[in-house]
Design a protein around this ligand. Structure first.
Ligand SMILES: [Zn+2]
Length: 395
């Protein structure tokens, strides 16, 4: 049997061969397998550091001592902890250097920083001389989220608001339908906060501001540049209900935040191996235990995984609505679904409602038949024009 070697690929375009690619073996940058190999390499790094920590002269960071933990790492984000004395720092440094020599990987000095706690200037200076890293200041960021030893302040979450504002800035909302805007709010704006909410309880002022930005984007803001009206009849609470409960399927910030953190409550109750040493955070989780009983957690468990949707629906504690399946039928055009949703709730801007809001209108009559005042009941059931259309559809 002949051995297959040196494959090549020809590119055929418009009936002519336009070029050739020679096949090769090996790893290239961005190969699907490279993240997996990297995880293996970092596991080796963890073991090297743990091995180094067995040295008798090594002292753990006070908070890491009970767990004998020297590092945390996720992909290429690595944090190493030790007591701020030169012998411990040197041992960690030697362990890491050994890993670098063995693996060929090295730390990016421009992106690496060292953080000190409870050291005086002289000690700090000595360690900085030895390490040759720049000194960072708290709160330090890990995976894009600031880590602090105290409760989060609104200022720490300013980046979420900025990110949402940046998105809103680039979107030309004037040319989008309500359905399009609702889709963008749900899939982009609200998912920005979800990453943060799955880790921490966001301060109330931040969740309020996110809600305000999303609400203004959905319904429009009345200003000099835009003629979109801000007038609407659906409360944000209603919009933030699941579709089966009569809403648009947005997740209500505070409740969803609580539910996202339920996975930690569950992890603690089922004693999974997670680090729990941040006291204020721990107290907050303990408080959440009163929200999620052992029974409710057990009910939300599917194939050993916590189904957050079940918990969320349970916390909302609202009746399901009968019209959801009709309104959100996937065969209907999204724009029409949105109008039907508003019509079902009786929230369309009909003339009787506008009059109720003291808006100055030339006439309250239905613009199609001009026989009766325009209302939901008239528009969809009484108006001769809509009756005619219905009769045609039945035929
Ligand atoms: Zn009419």
């Amino acid at each position: 049997m002949a051995c297959l070697k040196d494959p090549s690929y020809l590119i055929l375009m418009n009936g002519r061969i336009q070029g050739e690619i020679r096949g090769k073996k090996g790893l290239r940058h961005g190969a699907p397998i490279s993240p997996l190999l990297f995880v293996l390499a970092m596991e080796y790094c963890t073991r090297m550091l743990c091995q180094a920590s067995l040295d008798k002269r090594f002292r753990f960071h006070p908070k890491c001592k009970p767990l004998k933990r020297v590092n945390l790492c996720f992909a290429d984000d690595l944090v190493i902890f030790c007591k701020g004395v030169s012998s411990s720092v040197q041992i960690m440094r030697d362990g890491f250097t050994e890993f670098c020599l063995a693996s060929g990987l090295s730390a990016n000095m421009k992106k690496s920083q060292v953080y000190f706690g409870g050291l005086d200037d002289r000690e700090t200076h000595q360690l900085l001389e030895r390490l040759r890293f720049t000194e960072g200041c708290f709160p330090l960021k890990y995976l894009g989220v600031p880590l602090r030893t105290t409760k989060w302040k609104a200022g720490d979450c300013a980046i979420i608001i900025t990110k949402i504002q940046q998105k809103l800035h680039t979107w030309a909302s004037r040319h989008l339908s309500f359905a399009g805007r609702a889709q963008l709010v749900n899939s982009v704006l609200l998912s920005i906060r979800s990453f943060w909410m799955s880790i921490f309880m966001l301060p109330k002022s931040v969740t309020k501001e996110i809600d305000r930005l999303c609400r203004n984007f959905l319904w429009g803001v009345k200003d000099s540049n835009s003629n979109r009206s801000k007038l609407h009849f659906t409360a944000w609470n209603q919009v933030c209900l699941p579709k089966c409960m009569g809403g648009l399927g947005f997740k209500e910030c505070c409740t969803w935040n609580t539910v996202l953190l339920a996975k930690f409550v569950w992890a603690v109750s089922s004693k999974q191996d997670i680090l729990w040493d941040v006291s204020w955070y721990w107290r907050r989780l303990v408080r959440l235990r009163t929200v999620f009983s052992a029974n409710s957690l057990a009910e939300a468990l599917k194939n050993d995984k916590l189904c957050l949707k079940v918990l969320y629906h349970r916390l909302l504690n609202r009746e399901r609505v009968a019209f959801a399946n009709v309104v959100w039928c996937s065969l209907v055009v999204p724009k029409h679904r949105f109008i039907l949703w508003q019509a079902t709730l009786g929230h369309l801007l009909t003339r009787d409602k506008l009059h109720y809001c003291n808006l100055d209108l030339p006439s309250l009559l239905c613009p199609v038949c001009e026989l009766e005042q325009e209302s939901h009941a008239h528009l969809f059931f009484v108006c001769p024009f809509s009756q005619q259309i219905r009769a045609q559809m039945v035929d």
